[in-house]
Design a protein around this ligand. Structure first.
Ligand SMILES: [Cu+2]
Length: 164
């Protein structure tokens, strides 16, 4: 019995780590609906209102573990629609974030590869399909988009977002 409590506390700590809480399967099937009252500001911006999209950027994903283009430049405040097109035969994903965050997230994915996660800044794209992220880049800086399928990030599947 002595071990039960620490184990539980650890499990809770893992779940509590915010963006890393992928275990929530409720998100999996439901289509993303924009709800302004639920939008959270992050250090790299916030979920964008589909009605305010002023620019659409297509980004191809390939099994060579590359995004094309690998770098995009956005005007601060602009709401963009990033369309991720999976040209390969493997599952890929596009996750927005800061370089530090994405690195931590990739480590997490290595430990828990089966974690499902569906959030505004993430899109999973099956081979031959497209996914989309609508995002408002509210802060200037250098951010990234990455594929966090285990092994892909490590192989260099990372792109740069410059917000001016
Ligand atoms: Cu990938």
């Amino acid at each position: 019995m002595q071990h039960a409590l620490p184990a539980l506390a650890m499990a809770a700590a893992v779940v509590a780590s915010g963006a890393m809480a992928h275990g929530d399967e409720r998100h999996a099937a439901a289509p993303k609906k924009f709800d302004a009252s639920k939008v959270k500001e992050t250090v790299f911006g916030r979920e964008g209102d589909p009605k305010k999209v002023s620019r659409t950027i297509r980004i191809d994903m390939a099994d060579t573990m590359r995004f094309t283009p690998a770098a995009i430049t956005i005007k601060r405040g602009q709401t963009v629609k990033l369309i991720a097109m999976n040209k390969g035969r493997l599952l890929h994903e596009m996750v927005l974030g800061t370089p530090e965050e994405l690195k931590t997230h990739a480590e997490m994915m290595k430990r828990f590869p089966d974690m499902e996660h569906e959030e505004a800044h993430i899109t999973h794209v099956k081979p031959g399909k497209t996914g989309a992220i609508i995002w408002q880049f509210t802060k200037a800086g250098e951010f990234q988009f990455a594929c966090l399928v285990p092994g892909h990030f490590e192989a260099g599947m990372v792109g740069t977002v410059i917000v001016k």
